[in-house]
Design a protein around this ligand. Structure first.
Ligand SMILES: NC(=O)c1ccc[n+]([C@@H]2O[C@H](COP(=O)([O-])OP(=O)(O)OC[C@H]3O[C@@H](n4cnc5c(N)ncnc54)[C@H](OP(=O)(O)O)[C@@H]3O)[C@@H](O)[C@H]2O)c1
Length: 240
């Protein structure tokens, strides 16, 4: 098997960290993008102690300079990127499921919504704009936008408008780019990890990290005959 080069954002903890572990365990080289380089180095050190092939890279997805630096670093050192997992995300609207009214659209702060959008939607947008040209040089690559059923138009309901709209827009981005990339071997899909026990998902989530990350890794490792422009959970297509 050919070793692939993967970049995962929000890799220092939660689902992103487990995605890195699973990709590296499958034999790939993983660049662990982390907005705090010290947390990233610590996470990478932990995976390296398990004999996994990873390294840390400072990457705040809302920082355009970090994204440019990541491009220059990867292009110079490796010459290409096979896999981009846009995992970094925030939920800033009061996630207490026993008090959902705290996340009511009627009291949502537009500044908070803009911050969520900057990280959850514009971050992946800028990373795609930056790295797709590099993938085009080899006419090959796989992008996973880590989304949520909370942003599926099909399921959208009350509360948490910033988070929901950020993922709805992210799904839109997936479809736009997939349409623009038709005819190439670059595949881009949205994936839901399901409701996972993490700092964001909370302790009542039914799924563990392994399962949540597996849903993402499955689509990250598709080949050129794989799907594009879809929305997936556990490898099965789900409605947008
Ligand atoms: N957990 C769930 O049930 C669930 C369900 C559906 C979708 N998701 C999606 O899955 C992804 C991962 O979620 P999670 O549950 O693992 O969340 P998490 O445990 O809160 O971890 C979030 C990760 O994103 C990073 N991050 C936040 N802002 C960033 C920025 N500006 N630049 C770079 N990294 C940033 C965090 O870094 P710091 O350590 O520096 O804060 C952390 O590494 C998110 O996109 C989330 O929306 C999660």
């Amino acid at each position: 098997m050919k070793q692939k080069i993967a970049l995962v954002t929000g890799a220092n903890r939660g689902i992103g960290y487990e995605v890195c572990r699973q990709l590296a365990e499958a034999g790939h080289f993983v660049i662990m993008g982390s907005r705090s380089i010290s947390k990233g180095l610590e996470a990478a050190e932990h995976l390296r102690s398990l004999h996994l092939d990873v390294e840390a890279l400072e990457l705040d997805v809302s920082n355009t300079r970090h994204i440019k630096n990541a491009y220059t670093y990867i292009k110079t050192k490796y010459g290409h990127l096979d896999i981009l997992v846009n995992n970094a995300g925030v939920f800033l609207e009061g996630g207490d499921p026993t008090h959902p009214e705290l996340g009511s659209a009627l009291r949502a702060n537009p500044k908070t919504m803009a911050k969520i959008f900057d990280i959850n939607t514009l971050g992946p947008f800028k990373l795609c704009q930056t790295f797709i040209p590099l993938m085009k040089e080899k006419n090959s690559g796989t992008i996973v936008n880590v989304s949520s059923e909370m942003g599926a138009l099909n399921e959208i309901g009350a509360f948490w408008p910033g988070y929901r709209i950020s993922k709805l827009a992210l799904n839109g981005l997936t479809k736009i780019l997939a349409a623009e990339l038709l005819g190439t071997d670059i595949k881009i899909n949205s994936v839901s990890p399901g409701w996972v026990k993490t700092s964001m998902g909370g302790p009542n989530a039914p799924r563990d990290l392994t399962l949540g990350a597996k849903s993402i890794v499955k689509l990250a490792l598709i080949d050129k005959s794989g799907p594009t422009g879809g929305f997936f959970l556990d490898g099965e297509a789900i409605p947008f």
